[in-house]
Ligand binder design. Structure first.
Ligand code: SIN
Length: 298
């Protein structure tokens, strides 16, 4: 009887090397993430956009430096990667409603996104990807952590995988939103625009790679269908803490002009709120995705 199996977080680098002949690609960790050098996102061609999508599926998070994209640039680039959609919570800009700004004035102890989440899993069709540009960045802090949800799945024991393969997570948008200063559990209730509750399989399959991944996060996943609150909590607490083990992460350090794109189908992220006393302004566009599909074992 195997009583002592330790969870195996040791893994080889999770990307195919030298995938691009078009750009210089520098992986950021063994788990996910790569910096891509040699492209101007303001003038990106169809061919380059396809290469970026390929790199995104391979590395899950791709980072570009010195880009300084205005809303019009972001709208153009976003449309090359899919169908931009207005955000469920944040107001878009007047001319480009699909582009919005995320501002932290640095005066509150709460910073939006400061907990592990995959964007908008509280919707039937969570975004396929998000593109985020650094506009005003604190002198220190304000990094974003990302984790690889495929690794989170793969490193579970076969018995645990079998135990959760048929379960569905309940995802709710039940937090309060303040479009100027971010969101928090108690904050500006009247600004909450829509409340949604949906279910998604706990184990999903990536629509491109067909690889399994674990879909559960702190902000939106509030229970498991058919289980009591306590039963759900035990499983979710374990799975979410497991999914962001340090070995499964990478960290993006922002500068004004840094652009990061993440594959929202395969990752979760955490925006660090360690810059109290300083402003942080980001510009973002979100690309429409499909309903997550249940993964398959064996
Ligand atoms: C987010 O939490 O969705 C945005 C991440 C960030 O601002 O770093």
């Amino acid at each position: 009887m195997d009583l002592g199996r330790i969870i195996n977080s040791v893994h080889p680098p999770q990307f195919e090397e030298n995938l691009s002949s078009m750009f210089d690609v520098k992986p950021m960790s063994g788990a996910l993430g790569a910096e891509v050098v040699g492209v101007n996102l303001k003038t990106v061609s169809e061919e380059q956009a396809k290469e970026i999508e390929r790199l995104l599926v391979n590395h899950m998070v791709v980072v570009f430096r010195d880009q300084h994209l205005e809303a019009s640039d972001l709208s153009r680039f976003g449309k090359m990667l899919g169908e931009p959609e207005p955000h469920q919570f944040w107001e878009g800009s007047e001319d480009y409603p699909e582009v919005f700004e995320l501002y932290s004035e640095g005066k509150k102890a709460v910073h939006y996104g400061s907990n592990w989440h995959t964007d908008l899993t509280c919707s039937e069709q969570p975004p396929k990807l998000s593109i985020l540009c650094g506009v005003k960045i604190p002198p220190t802090g304000g990094d974003t952590l990302f984790c690889n949800l495929h690794l989170a799945f793969e490193s579970l024991s076969e018995t645990y995988k079998k135990m959760i393969i048929d379960l569905n997570g309940i995802h709710k948008s039940g937090f309060q939103v303040d479009t100027k200063s971010g969101f928090n559990e108690e904050g500006a209730g009247d600004k909450l625009k829509t409340q949604t509750t949906v279910t998604h399989p706990l184990i999903c399959q990536h629509e491109v790679t067909k690889k399994n991944l674990l879909l559960a996060n702190r902000i939106f996943t509030k229970g498991i269908e058919g289980l009591s609150k306590q039963e759900s909590q035990g499983i979710l607490d374990y799975l979410i803490a497991h999914s962001n083990r340090p070995e499964f992460t990478c960290r993006v350090n922002w500068k004004p002009g840094t652009v990061t794109i993440w594959d929202n189908r395969a990752t979760a992220h955490y925006a660090l709120g360690d810059f109290l006393g300083h402003e942080r302004l980001m510009r973002r566009i979100t690309i429409k995705g499909n309903k997550p599909q249940r993964g398959k074992l064996g």
